[in-house]
Design a protein around this ligand. Structure first.
Ligand code: HEC
Length: 120
């Protein structure tokens, strides 16, 4: 299959491309949040969920300063302050730069919905 799809035997290059191709198929796009925000269904979210969304988007919590936009990520890397001591060195592992210690990619919430995750 690797030969057919990528013109070469299985190797790290093929494996990383195959995983990326698979992950690109995972976006649900039809969660209740999507129905409410993009498909005009004003009943898709409960009043309670809308209150939570408003709180999430408020200046008071500031979540959208990192989790903003369509995918709920600004695609940056950040330390979200979860721990005082991080066993996972985060981006430092890749860059070796001390300023990247305990810094992680701000994740998207695109896989929202269908499985009890955010705004399902
Ligand atoms: C300074 C930027 C920043 C802010 C502000 C922020 N986050 Fe995050 N968030 C992150 C990062 C970075 C991660 C990934 C952490 C990791 O991989 O250990 C994360 C992870 C998450 C996750 C886990 C997502 C997943 O797929 O595993 C959730 C849920 C989340 N944040 C919700 C929130 C909420 C709710 C708020 C507001 C109260 C908030 N975040 C504020 C940067 C931020």
């Amino acid at each position: 299959m690797a030969l057919k799809a990528y013109g070469r035997e299985v190797d790290p290059w093929v494996i990383t491309r195959a995983i990326a191709s698979f992950e690109r198929t995972l976006i649900s796009g039809n969660s209740r949040y999507d129905q409410w925000a993009f498909q005009g269904d004003i009943y898709a979210l409960s009043p309670q969920a809308i209150r939570g969304l408003n709180l999430f988007q408020s200046d008071r919590l500031g979540c959208t300063s990192c989790h903003g936009g369509f995918l709920f990520t600004d695609q940056s890397f950040a330390n979200n302050g979860l721990y005082e001591d991080y066993t996972d060195p985060g981006r430092y592992r890749l860059t070796g730069k001390e300023s990247d210690r305990a810094v992680f990619k701000v994740p998207q919430f695109a896989q929202r919905g269908g499985d009890g995750s955010l705004y399902a």
